[in-house]
Design a protein around this ligand. Structure first.
Ligand SMILES: Cc1cc2nc3c(=O)[nH]c(=O)nc-3n(C[C@H](O)[C@H](O)[C@H](O)COP(=O)(O)O)c2cc1C
Length: 458
């Protein structure tokens, strides 16, 4: 079994009994029940657990807010939609050990006083869905979910399925269309109405999975791991131009450089690393910043972010304008088109980057045209986040503008013999652990903004 508070065991945990060995056979669900809701919240507060879905929101505060909401009907919703490029940690964790997640949502339901639990996961994650179902049937057979309405909701292949307000819309049967920004899930939950807003506790799968060990060993014990800013471990996905792409759990505070060099084997022979992206929602991380400790505060201090700790590693062979084009295109085609932010501004940025690169490939890009198009891209991304329902266009702004700023020389060089191939955004669809190989969604390039696929572009 793994060390206290670590989520990834060395070997997959096959049964609930095997899982419970670390807790001397006593389920943290029963321990939490005996402790009562106040004591659970106290331990969560002491633990300092922050959400692992991207924003690092303190878990105890979220639980407490929903629990104390005046509306008597609440819900627990687990976000297992995992759609951030470069990220595969939730699926890996479910494959290796789905029990902490199930215990986490069960404990949360009791604390916030609800019988309603939903786990949102993509229909395409067949292996993980199957594993979750098997594990759930074991816990149900032991009566641990008695009286609880728990459902695994199979959702679409959309980036926005993972956005929390989009997730609630999928659970409600509508689709991955984020609600307006002033309807946060902790106020406006499942099938909300004015008289019954049904606030929901929405958290990431890794976040919920940390709860059972906090109940068993106590919040102070959890807080001793990692940094005071972001206590505990963090599951990294390291993909891209490295020798051993993979998923690695480390205490927070480990530096990105250490993880890349020591766990992922460093760059490919003869190459040098030049940039790292944490998904496509925070600014690029440059070599001078690789020694930053991995926690939410430190990553923010260097002007980037931890995100969902899915790191896309790029070496000196990577063409940054191609990366910017691919990131902008990914975000544009994945956007839902409800707000002018994406429909107009992100559209402008993405299609202008396409135009810029097409012209460069054709050899017809003059300095004047390049400058004009770059101004237009800048205008598009910088004005995208206005009146937006969700953070997606903000992600486009910070990723694209940071790449343009840090690598402006590469954008200038577009006027000279440009022949770099398209960059494939690492939307991970599978992982072969024995070979340290991630499988990327090659179809992503064919996806169009209306969410259909244009095979004639292949
Ligand atoms: C476009 C977009 C996509 C997102 N995708 C995911 C996702 O796949 N999984 C996830 O847990 N959070 C995702 N998030 C973050 C969620 O909206 C939300 O912050 C998170 O589920 C909260 O959980 P936490 O408090 O445990 O971090 C996404 C956010 C945005 C803006």
């Amino acid at each position: 079994m793994s060390k206290p508070h670590w989520l990834i065991p060395s070997q997959p945990v096959e049964t609930y009994q095997e899982y419970l060995e670390q807790y001397q056979g006593v389920s943290p669900i029963l321990k939490a029940q005996a402790m009562g809701a106040d004591a659970v919240i106290t331990e969560l507060k002491k633990s300092g657990l922050r959400g692992r879905g991207g924003a690092g929101f303190p878990a105890a505060a979220k639980w407490d807010t929903v629990r104390k909401d005046r509306c008597p009907t609440h819900a627990v919703v687990c976000n297992a939609a995992e759609g951030e490029p470069g990220t595969f940690k939730d699926r890996y964790m479910i494959r290796k050990n789905p029990y902490p997640l199930l215990e986490g949502v069960r404990i949360a339901a009791r604390v916030i006083g609800t019988q309603t639990i939903r786990i949102g996961i993509k229909e395409s994650f067949k292996r993980e869905v199957e594993r979750l179902r098997q594990a759930l049937s074991e816990l149900k057979a032991l009566g641990l979910f008695e009286g609880v309405d728990i459902q695994i909701i199979l959702g679409p292949e959309s980036y926005l399925f993972g956005e929390e307000k989009g997730l609630l819309q999928v659970v409600d049967g509508i689709g991955p269309f984020p609600r307006e920004a002033h309807y946060p899930p902790y106020e406006w939950g499942l099938q909300p109405t004015i008289t019954s807003p049904n606030p929901a506790l929405v958290s990431n799968a890794e976040t919920f999975s940390h709860v059972p060990s906090i109940i068993h060993y106590g919040g102070d014990s959890f807080h001793q791991i990692g940094t005071p800013d972001t206590p505990g471990t963090i599951i990294l996905t390291l993909c891209g131009d490295i020798q051993k792409p993979g998923i690695y759990e480390v205490p927070t505070g480990t530096t990105l450089n250490w993880a890349v060099m020591n766990l992922a084997g460093g760059p490919l022979p003869g190459r040098k690393l030049k940039a790292i992206l944490s998904g496509v929602s925070v600014p690029v991380i440059l070599p001078a910043q690789f020694e930053t400790p991995l926690d939410f505060g430190s990553m923010r201090k260097i002007g980037s972010g931890l995100g969902s700790a899915g790191f896309i590693i790029m070496d000196d062979q990577t063409n940054i304008p191609r990366v910017a084009q691919a990131a902008a295109r990914f975000l544009f085609v994945e956007s839902c088109g409800q707000c002018p932010s994406c429909k107009m501004e992100l559209n402008l940025a993405s299609t202008t980057l396409d135009q810029l690169i097409d012209q460069a490939v054709q050899g017809s890009l003059t300095v004047e045209l390049k400058n004009q198009l770059l101004e237009r891209v800048k205008y598009g991304v910088m004005s995208a986040p206005q009146g937006n329902r969700c953070y997606l266009p903000t992600g486009a702004k910070v990723v694209v503008s940071s790449l343009m700023q840090a690598f402006h020389d590469e954008f200038d060089q577009l006027v000279q013999n440009f022949s770099n191939p398209r960059y494939l955004i690492p939307k991970i669809i599978d992982y072969d652990e024995s070979k340290h190989v991630f499988v990327y969604d090659e179809k992503q390039w064919l996806k169009t903004p209306d969410w259909s696929y244009e095979y004639s572009h292949a």
